[in-house]
Write a protein that binds this ligand. Structure first.
Ligand SMILES: Cc1cn([C@H]2C[C@H](O)[C@@H](COP(=O)(O)OP(=O)(O)O[C@H]3O[C@@H](C)[C@H](O)[C@@H](O)[C@H]3O)O2)c(=O)[nH]c1=O
Length: 405
């Protein structure tokens, strides 16, 4: 494979490793608990590893969503049903257990029996909270059970250099910028993408969009509504009970509401790139909205004990820390407040507050979002960190380090 030329680190465009890493085989285990994020993250990681020359098997208990998320599959990724292994299923060089999903006991036994034990990684959820950096790369020796004698390593994605970083395929930001440049500035209508959970602040946004004065947005607004919670709530706000077919557009004043089908991940990313405001949820679409370089509001997966609000605060601190010094003073307070309200921590924003934010979408807020993307994407990405971790933990290297101590 040819050595790639990469721009200098200061440009923020570095996204390809300087040299192809040695080919290893990876097993990724994923259980679909709820929603689409578990599979979404595992699929992106599997494809990213495969595109960097690795061999990947993705073991999954429910692959049905791949029919729309990845209808064409991906070279180098083999999707396997979650099951006890057959005699031919020799564990690969590295085994990733996504989100503590407990691979089948028989597979873990095989890992312990392998001549050279695989590197066993528990890939955790993304958070900006402080425990992430503290827990990243901690090891947990297995004293009993099928994996006895093996070590499991905790690997945390994150926003800072002392974490595993964020998923970002090589060349992604460059491709996104080219796509946006080709689409040209400012389609007439303001485009807003809606992907959310049950959200008490949503009606206030819809009311504000219908009330948006002609002078504020002469081209009107196009709201793109994803299937599921988003569509159900918009339908309720429209006073209806049944979600219309995908592709249907409903008009209210100068607001066009378009009901979308499920898109492939690539199509979903492009949707975010073409939007002026991305309302996203969960961790995977949060990251993709950051890479879109456009204004966004994130709804954290709600938890009964309020843990999501701590997660939100930690993220906002990080986000506005990264945005420090950027020219978004005029909207900063509104963005922070509306972000809290979007997560139920405050009462829904007023129509006037929404209007102030909407007015900044193609101005300060947009420029700040691109700058935040540039700063975050200058850091190593998650797949590169995993490959580096695997290189540091090949048995030969680990053995050499042991001998030196
Ligand atoms: C709407 C849509 C989403 N997607 C993809 C993008 C993402 O990979 C995935 C959505 O994942 P997320 O953004 O993470 O949101 P989510 O809400 O679906 O997933 C969540 O589930 C909870 C159980 C977890 O605890 C959360 O951490 C989170 O992962 O679906 C498409 O590919 N096409 C689409 O049309």
């Amino acid at each position: 494979m040819p050595v790639q030329t990469i721009p200098p680190a200061s440009s923020g465009l570095v996204s390809a490793p300087p040299q192809a890493p040695p080919c290893r085989s990876w097993d990724i285990f994923c259980r679909v608990i709820d929603n689409h994020g578990d599979l979404g993250v595992c699929w992106r990681l599997a494809v990213d590893l495969a595109q960097r020359g690795q061999r990947v098997r993705l073991w999954i208990d429910d692959a049905s969503a791949l029919a729309w998320m990845a209808p064409t599959g991906a070279n180098g990724v083999s999707v396997r049903p979650w099951a006890e292994p057959s005699v031919d299923d020799v564990p690969g060089d590295a085994v990733i257990e996504a989100f503590g999903c407990d691979p089948p006991a028989g597979f873990v036994e095989r890992m312990a029996q392998r001549g050279v034990a695989p590197l066993w990684i528990n890939l955790e959820y993304l958070s900006a909270e402080a425990y992430v950096a503290r827990s990243h790369r901690l090891q947990s020796p297995q004293w009993s059970g099928p994996g006895r004698g093996l070590t499991k390593w905790f690997f945390y994605p994150g926003f800072t250099p002392d974490t595993g970083g964020l998923l970002r395929e090589p060349g992604l930001i460059e491709r996104r910028r080219l796509h946006q440049a080709a689409a040209g500035d400012g389609a007439e209508a303001l485009v807003i993408t809606l992907f959310c959970y049950a959200n008490a602040a949503l009606p206030s946004l819809l009311d504000a969009l219908v009330d948006l004065p002609d002078t504020a947005q002469p081209g009107g607004v196009r709201l793109k509504v994803t299937p599921g919670w988003a569509a159900t709530q918009v339908v309720r706000w429209l006073g209806s009970t049944e979600a219309p077919d995908a592709g249907t557009v409903v008009r209210r004043g100068r607001l066009d509401i378009e009901f979308l089908p499920y898109l492939s991940q690539a199509g979903f990313d492009e949707l975010l790139w073409r939007s002026d405001l991305n309302l996203v949820r969960g961790e995977d679409s949060l990251v993709r909205a950051l890479w879109a370089g456009r204004p966004m509001l994130w709804q954290v997966y709600p938890q009964d004990d309020g843990a999501h609000l701590r997660k939100l605060d930690a993220f906002l601190q990080r986000y506005f820390g990264v945005a420090d010094g950027l020219d978004m003073a005029a909207v900063r307070l509104d963005v922070q407040q509306v972000w809290q309200a979007w997560n139920g921590a405050e009462s829904p924003p007023s129509v006037a507050q929404w209007h102030r934010l909407l007015a900044a979408l193609r101005g300060d807020w947009c420029r700040a979002s691109e700058a935040v993307c540039g700063r975050l994407s200058a850091r190593p990405d998650l797949t590169s960190s995993l490959l580096e971790f695997a290189a540091d933990h090949t048995p030969e290297r680990a053995g050499a380090a042991d001998r030196l101590e």
